[in-house]
Design a protein around this ligand. Structure first.
Ligand code: ADP
Length: 347
């Protein structure tokens, strides 16, 4: 079953800015879908349209089979978690958790039960009588999630909820959100500009660029079959190398060097190679790369060099001997991605 259906959604702000330009996305029951893209790509606007915080200029938002375009946020059966927590500072944690339910006239007994259940689930039982100012950032974020959970919504909407936390806590909370969402089995949309967060959390990723969908797929699909150079360079760290190349009947030419491989067509292309899918060849076969700066990262090292006149990055197991001077590289044909030079789309 489909929890949420976004059909050809458009958003034009009163100043004429077109933030969302014809986006269609379905979120299935229990699924965690991440909207990811650079700042200004329209991901928050799209989430706010689902929440009812922004009018829909054109298109449809359907929740559980019902068009909700004209429904107030409170009537949509959604729960939103923001990066700034949006907790009431003068209320205790318990009151913060209970507030929405109380407003909806939920009986006191049921409120208490739901608040206690959520507090147990989020391990914030010991803090129920504290004010938000007496909590750490991670604990405040848990309370914000608790407030979403007690509403028992059709869908959770997360708007960059972890941005205010330090890197270590962010990783920990990310895992907690994933576990929690799995256990509750409630559909969720999670908005982030961070591709690592998108890759680790998502059942499916929606990559947005300039108000439009670049690609929708599982983390594995967007990593292994990026639909465009935009996705190729946005997903994966370090990003995919995108090299100007010419395909011939027999292989590929790069700045005067040739390598035999099966190519989908002839002519100019962008050749995409993931740094971690390039091998340094011991006997200096394949294409010759001039080795430049090497970064040791512990388990791997990043080797920055030039292939003809073009920059290339290679990720290598740090246990392997470090190359220097000029080295040969090779890659499997399956690991070569080809993109159209003008449209940037995958060939
Ligand atoms: P993201 O969340 O991906 O950073 P946003 O959805 O916030 O992107 O914004 C998408 C585009 O819409 C941007 O160009 C932004 O400047 C514009 N925008 C966002 N909010 C408004 C607004 N209230 N009025 C006018 N333009 C806006």
């Amino acid at each position: 079953m489909t929890t949420l259906r976004i059909k050809n959604a458009f958003k034009r702000y009163p100043n004429g800015a077109e933030a969302v330009k014809g986006v269609s996305v379905d979120v299935e029951d229990g699924e965690l879908v991440v909207f990811v893209g650079p700042s200004g790509c329209g991901k928050s606007t799209l989430l706010r349209m689902v929440a009812g915080l922004e009018d829909v200029t054109d298109g449809k938002i359907e929740l559980a089979g019902r068009v909700v375009n004209d429904l107030e946020p409170a009537d949509r059966n959604i729960a939103m978690v923001f990066q700034n927590y949006a907790l009431y500072p003068h209320m205790s944690v318990r009151k913060n958790l209970a507030y929405g339910l109380k407003n909806r006239g939920t009986p006191a007994e049921e409120i208490n039960r739901k608040v206690d259940d959520a507090a147990a689930l989020l391990q914030i039982k010991d803090f129920l009588d504290r004010k938000p100012s007496q909590l750490s950032g991670g604990q405040r974020q848990r309370v914000a999630m608790g407030r979403a959970i007690v509403r028992d919504p059709a869908i959770f909407l997360f708007d960059e909820p972890l941005s205010n936390l330090d890197a270590k806590l962010r990783n920990q909370m990310r895992l907690e959100i994933k576990k929690l969402q799995r256990n509750l089995g409630t559909a969720a949309i999670y908005v982030t500009h961070d591709q690592v967060e998108a890759m680790t959390l998502a059942d499916r990723i929606v990559v947005l660029n300039n108000g439009q969908v670049e690609q929708i797929g599982t983390p594995h699909e967007v990593y292994s079959h990026p639909a465009s150079t935009f996705v190729a360079s946005f997903i994966g760290a370090p990003p995919m190398n995108l090299i100007d190349a010419t395909l011939t009947d027999t292989g590929v030419d790069i700045d005067g060097q040739s390598l035999g491989l099966q190519s989908p067509r002839t002519g100019a292309v962008k050749l995409g190679l993931r740094p971690e899918r390039i091998q340094i060849t011991p006997e200096n076969g394949g294409l010759a790369v001039d080795i430049g700066v090497v970064e040791e990262l512990g388990a791997i090292r990043l080797i920055h060099g030039t292939l003809g006149s073009q920059d290339i990055t290679i990720a290598q197991d740090a246990e392997l001997p470090e190359p220097s001077g000029r080295a040969g590289i090779s890659f499997r044909t399956d690991d070569a991605h080809f993109f159209d030079t003008s449209s940037g789309r995958r060939i």
